[in-house]
Design a protein. Structure first.
Length: 310
């Protein structure tokens, strides 16, 4: 699975190039205010600063996990241990090389990070049957097998930070009232205003850096970058699904998606055209393929393996 990780890492770096290049141009412009040597020095500091960041997170990912006893209740352990044992045996990996965490949430979901950490929600442990819970764990293990490590993503964010830092500071200041407001209309309004302020500040930075005409081109490239990264995330989800199928958990994963899948669109049964329109609009912005597409992919792989499908 190492080549999957390398391809994913390369795709993420290529997709991040617009923001990284623009951030470098901004750093050069700021350094130029101090003369030619100032530009060279500031660019050098910016380029070299990412090296220790990357090395630190690579070290975190390559280190062995904390093998302390996880904080599971007896009821959670009785459900999670057999499901995790099924996945470990099917994958042929050592359970001690991974840490499985339980996050308190009513939602049914999971995550993978750091190269060796898998997390599931307490709602998933409580509500899912063993085949479905095993499938969820296998899917998250598939992320660790096939997706790029978080160190690459963090390094790319670090190099792009000069471009987004002014907008981030402005949006945080604007969004401060949400910390004291209830999650009502005013809170949502503050979040909306913060988003608008973030976009406006980014646009202002681009105009100051490139001028109006070239700023429009840069904005189009940044929009394409967002779409490309979401496409990579959807690809990683499909790869993780296929890993779960190849480990023998395809039926459980398909059942899980049928019962708890989330569509990235509105789908009122009485208005099918609304579903098609919203799928067209929101689909490219989603981090996950549609549930229907995921199930079709899973069942296609199961049939190729000679496994029965529903």
């Amino acid at each position: 699975m190492l080549w999957h990780q390398r391809i994913s890492a390369l795709a993420h770096v290529l997709a991040s190039l617009p923001s990284i290049v623009l951030a470098g141009m901004l750093v050069a412009r700021l350094g130029g205010l101090m003369g030619s040597w100032g530009m060279v020095v500031l660019l050098g500091v910016w380029l070299l600063s990412g090296v220790p960041v990357l090395l630190f997170f690579l070290a975190v990912e390559s280190g062995r996990p904390d093998v302390r006893e996880p904080e599971w209740t007896p009821a959670q352990a009785s459900r999670l241990v057999p499901a995790w044992r099924d996945v470990v045996e099917a994958a042929g990996v050592c359970a001690d090389d991974y840490v499985v965490l339980i996050d308190k949430s009513k939602k049914v979901s999971g995550y993978a990070r750091d190269g060796w950490t898998i997390g599931v929600t307490s709602g998933a442990v409580r509500n899912l049957r063993r085949p479905q819970l095993s499938a969820l764990l296998a899917h998250e293990l598939g992320h660790l097998f096939s997706s790029h490590r978080s160190s690459i993503r963090i390094a790319a964010l670090w190099y792009a930070a000069p471009l987004y830092l002014p907008a981030l500071l402005v949006s945080l200041i604007v969004a401060m009232p949400t910390a004291v407001l209830d999650s009502g209309v005013l809170s949502k309004l503050c979040e909306f205003v913060a988003t608008v302020a973030h976009l406006a500040t980014t646009a202002g930075v681009l105009i100051l850096l490139l001028g109006t005409r070239h700023a429009l081109v840069a904005a189009a490239l940044l929009a394409a970058q967002v779409l490309a990264k979401q496409m990579i995330r959807r690809r990683n989800e499909r790869k993780a699904d296929l890993v779960a199928v190849d480990l023998g958990f395809g039926a459980g994963l398909a059942a899980l998606l049928r019962e708890d899948g989330r569509e990235p669109c509105f789908h009122p049964a009485e208005l099918p055209w609304v579903e098609r329109l919203s799928r067209f609009v929101f689909g490219p912005l989603s981090t996950h393929p549609s549930t229907r597409r995921r199930i079709r992919t899973i069942e296609s792989r199961m049939r190729a393996r000679g496994e029965p499908t529903v």
